[in-house]
Design a binder for this molecule. Sequence first.
Ligand SMILES: [Fe+2]
Length: 381
Amino acid sequence: MNTNSSFILLINLISLIFISDLFAQEFTFAAMSDSRGKDRGSNEIVLSALVTHLVANQKEVKFLMFMGDMVDGSDDYPDTTLAELIYWKKIMSPVYNNSNMVWPYIYPVIGNHEARTPNDEDNFRSMFNNVPINGPDDEKGLTYSFDYMNVHFVCVDTDRWYYGDPDDPSDDRRDWHYVKHLDWLENDLQKANERNVRYTFVFGHDVPFPIGGHLHDGFPNLGRRFNPPVDSLKQWHIDQRDKFWQILVDNKVTAYICGHEHIYGRQLVDGVYQIVAGGAGAPLYEFNPTFNEHPDSKKPYEEMSYNDAVPYYKELNYNYGPGKNGQRSEDFFGLRAFHYAIFNVKEDRIEIKIYGAFPKEKISYEMNGEIELIDKFEIKD
Ligand SMILES: [Fe+2]
């Protein structure tokens, strides 16, 4: 072999390594949330249909992110919640037995329905003990992060059980609707950026910019029948939401993906996508009410009328009034459907496809028709 041939061989080898490196960064993951229902805690028929469709049709999927409220749970009996989670895992067995996917198959996020008694968090940890243990001390196994190829994934706990004074049993209460450890999150995202990860996704159960059904709580947590002015606790929740979102913006997070609201919706807020994918079987909600539909009346599954919602819209800087969408961003797009989401990570973009089925008329927890592609969009830098 002469020098020229050796040089060409070397160049080819380098190109091959470079190209295979590029391809190595491309992969697919799935996300879904909110499957609670009446079949031992889950909506077994809808969840099974979605999971069966996913396993049969999305063979390139490497793992599934599940953003909480898998089951109904119980306010009084932690063993009931635990038994429901065991049954939920049985329903999810097509995913756990899928040889196309990689261990641990499902990365879970805890939801408010799984954090209803002092024992629930430890039960949740025991049910999903294959996640990275790298979160804040009091949220280990619930808040965590990992890299897959050149992409960073963060799961944050948004709904905890609060242990005020361990010696005072009356000092136990729910501690919902916010991300507690913002310093941990900021540090984790900064380190990921220092590693030059290509994209970062953050997953949580609760919703920073509610789109339907939880306008009264979610991260802003204004409460039912809100009337201004905000008190100091409500202002604290709004500030905590703003700080959380600013951390995502500052660290160039691609999307925050959540559930809590049983519906599908996407919108860009200050350069970061909020994607609500809460349609895995829990009763479907309606979107935030709009002026044009019915200013004073409510749809069957709607939380409040348009006029009831106006004080919330004003406080949260939503688009409201004639012709407005009743959402935080004008680019909002959503569908009232059962669904799962597919994220196809490419070097220069993320392709997102939503597969779902619409509900039967007047029944918010049964599918009508086949599961099909219902939305498709791309995220580019
Ligand atoms: Fe929830």
